[in-house]
Design a protein around this ligand. Structure first.
Ligand SMILES: Cc1cc2nc3c(=O)[nH]c(=O)nc-3n(C[C@H](O)[C@H](O)[C@H](O)COP(=O)(O)O)c2cc1C
Length: 216
């Protein structure tokens, strides 16, 4: 089978066929989940780079939005995201730190849902240093994200609109920058195939990993 995902772990380039599907073990499902995260991190144009983050809103209802995967630590089972501390999702996560991330790969028709808990670190030095200049600029937006506007706006101050400002100017946005550290408690992996589907759940608990097959 053709594979993607760079070094170590690999992700198929197309949906699994009959024999490949039948050969899948629970360990294989876990390896596919790891490969999805690795591909998302390594390839900026991969759909896996842009998961959906689900939170619980103030009324107890669902709230979901696209975010960019910024870091992956498979050994620690932690992922990193960047956001604006003034955004609604931060208030939601402060009130209810349990969240879900959903990744989908259209090439191999696999879905990975991660349930976990977040920690929010405002102005995090290491995360800020790892952010590309173009992403740092976003935190100079003057009004909080989601503020109504009478006209179409970028929200950026006039002196930085359309340019990448100096490092010093971007530093002024750091107080608005939040690093979301997502700790994975559970993974739910779905593999779609014409030969039949497969689904597995892995729970990460204090006494180790518990993996089981689920009816898709
Ligand atoms: C492709 C894409 C990538 C995005 N990446 C991020 C991101 O990494 N962090 C973020 O806070 N918002 C990101 N957004 C914007 C969010 O989807 C969302 O509109 C914004 O954060 C406000 O969400 P909230 O009001 O629920 O907090 C992205 C949007 C798109 C379309």
């Amino acid at each position: 089978m053709d594979e993607r995902g760079g070094t170590g772990l690999a992700l198929p380039a197309a949906p699994l066929e009959d024999a490949e599907l039948r050969a899948l073990t629970l360990e294989g499902m876990a390896a596919l989940a790891a490969a999805m995260l690795r591909l998302g991190l390594e390839n900026p144009s991969a759909p896996l780079r842009k998961p959906a983050l689900a939170t619980v809103n103030a009324a107890g209802g669902p709230a979901v939005r696209t975010v960019i995967l910024r870091s992956v630590d498979l050994a620690a089972r932690r992922l990193g995201l960047f956001t604006d501390v003034r955004s609604r999702k931060v208030a939601e996560l402060r009130a209810e730190p349990r969240a879900e991330l959903m990744f989908y790969d259209p090439a191999c028709d696999m879905q990975l849902r991660l349930a976990g808990r977040v920690e929010i670190r405002v102005g995090d030095e290491a995360a800020w240093a790892s952010a590309a200049p173009a992403s740092r600029r976003a935190y100079l937006v003057t009004a909080p994200p989601g503020t109504p506007s009478p006209e179409p706006v970028s929200g950026l101050p006039a002196d930085v609109a359309g340019i990448i400002p100096s490092i010093e100017r971007m530093e002024e946005g750091r107080a608005n920058f939040a690093y979301i550290e997502f700790s994975i408690a559970e993974a739910d992996i779905v593999v779609l195939s014409r030969a039949g589907h497969r689904r597995a759940r892995i729970r990460y608990e204090a006494d180790g990993e518990h993996a089981e097959w689920l009816v898709p």
